[in-house]
Design a protein. Sequence first.
Length: 97
Amino acid sequence: MLGEREMGSVIIFYKIFPTDITVDFDVLKKKIESALPEFATVYGYGEEPVAFGLKLLLVQIKFPEDKSGVLEELEKKLEGISEISQLQTVMVRRISR
Protein backbone atom coordinates (compact mmCIF):
# COMPACT_ATOMS: atom_id res chain seq x y z
CA MET A 1 0.00 0.00 0.00
CA LEU A 2 1.06 3.56 -0.55
CA GLY A 3 2.65 5.18 2.46
CA GLU A 4 3.21 1.86 4.20
CA ARG A 5 6.85 1.14 4.91
CA GLU A 6 8.00 -2.40 4.36
CA MET A 7 9.95 -3.81 7.28
CA GLY A 8 13.53 -4.71 6.49
CA SER A 9 15.95 -7.14 8.03
CA VAL A 10 19.40 -6.95 9.54
CA ILE A 11 22.20 -9.32 8.65
CA ILE A 12 25.15 -9.69 10.98
CA PHE A 13 28.36 -11.26 9.72
CA TYR A 14 30.50 -13.19 12.21
CA LYS A 15 33.90 -14.84 12.08
CA ILE A 16 33.77 -17.80 14.43
CA PHE A 17 37.07 -19.26 15.57
CA PRO A 18 36.86 -22.90 16.69
CA THR A 19 38.62 -24.16 19.81
CA ASP A 20 40.63 -26.69 17.79
CA ILE A 21 41.35 -27.76 14.20
CA THR A 22 39.42 -30.97 14.87
CA VAL A 23 36.07 -29.20 15.42
CA ASP A 24 33.45 -30.61 13.05
CA PHE A 25 31.84 -27.60 11.33
CA ASP A 26 28.65 -29.57 10.55
CA VAL A 27 28.13 -30.18 14.28
CA LEU A 28 29.04 -26.57 15.06
CA LYS A 29 26.52 -25.28 12.49
CA LYS A 30 23.74 -27.33 14.11
CA LYS A 31 24.66 -25.95 17.53
CA ILE A 32 24.64 -22.39 16.17
CA GLU A 33 21.23 -22.90 14.56
CA SER A 34 19.75 -24.33 17.75
CA ALA A 35 21.13 -21.40 19.79
CA LEU A 36 19.38 -18.78 17.66
CA PRO A 37 16.29 -16.97 18.91
CA GLU A 38 13.10 -18.06 17.12
CA PHE A 39 12.98 -14.90 14.97
CA ALA A 40 16.57 -15.28 13.67
CA THR A 41 17.81 -17.52 10.86
CA VAL A 42 21.14 -18.42 9.33
CA TYR A 43 21.42 -16.56 6.04
CA GLY A 44 24.65 -18.24 4.95
CA TYR A 45 27.87 -20.02 5.89
CA GLY A 46 31.41 -19.97 4.61
CA GLU A 47 34.86 -21.10 5.67
CA GLU A 48 38.15 -19.22 5.66
CA PRO A 49 41.61 -20.73 6.16
CA VAL A 50 43.65 -19.09 8.92
CA ALA A 51 46.95 -20.99 9.31
CA PHE A 52 48.40 -24.44 9.93
CA GLY A 53 45.15 -26.25 9.09
CA LEU A 54 42.97 -23.98 11.23
CA LYS A 55 39.85 -22.69 9.52
CA LEU A 56 37.26 -20.28 10.81
CA LEU A 57 33.56 -20.41 10.16
CA LEU A 58 31.89 -17.42 8.54
CA VAL A 59 28.24 -17.07 9.56
CA GLN A 60 25.57 -14.65 8.39
CA ILE A 61 22.54 -14.37 10.66
CA LYS A 62 19.37 -12.57 9.63
CA PHE A 63 16.71 -11.10 11.91
CA PRO A 64 13.95 -8.44 11.70
CA GLU A 65 15.16 -4.86 12.09
CA ASP A 66 12.47 -4.03 14.65
CA LYS A 67 13.96 -6.35 17.29
CA SER A 68 16.09 -4.65 19.95
CA GLY A 69 18.84 -6.13 22.09
CA VAL A 70 19.32 -8.97 19.62
CA LEU A 71 23.08 -8.67 19.15
CA GLU A 72 23.89 -8.96 22.84
CA GLU A 73 21.54 -11.91 23.31
CA LEU A 74 22.83 -13.63 20.21
CA GLU A 75 26.50 -13.18 21.09
CA LYS A 76 25.98 -14.51 24.63
CA LYS A 77 24.34 -17.64 23.25
CA LEU A 78 27.05 -18.19 20.64
CA GLU A 79 29.86 -17.64 23.16
CA GLY A 80 28.25 -20.35 25.29
CA ILE A 81 28.92 -22.99 22.63
CA SER A 82 31.91 -25.03 23.79
CA GLU A 83 33.46 -25.42 20.31
CA ILE A 84 33.72 -21.63 19.83
CA SER A 85 36.89 -20.00 21.17
CA GLN A 86 36.31 -16.52 19.75
CA LEU A 87 33.55 -14.63 18.01
CA GLN A 88 34.30 -11.58 15.88
CA THR A 89 31.66 -9.28 14.40
CA VAL A 90 32.69 -8.37 10.87
CA MET A 91 29.74 -6.32 9.67
CA VAL A 92 26.13 -5.47 10.40
CA ARG A 93 23.91 -4.28 7.56
CA ARG A 94 20.28 -3.71 6.75
CA ILE A 95 18.56 -5.29 3.78
CA SER A 96 15.10 -4.46 2.46
CA ARG A 97 13.75 -7.99 2.30
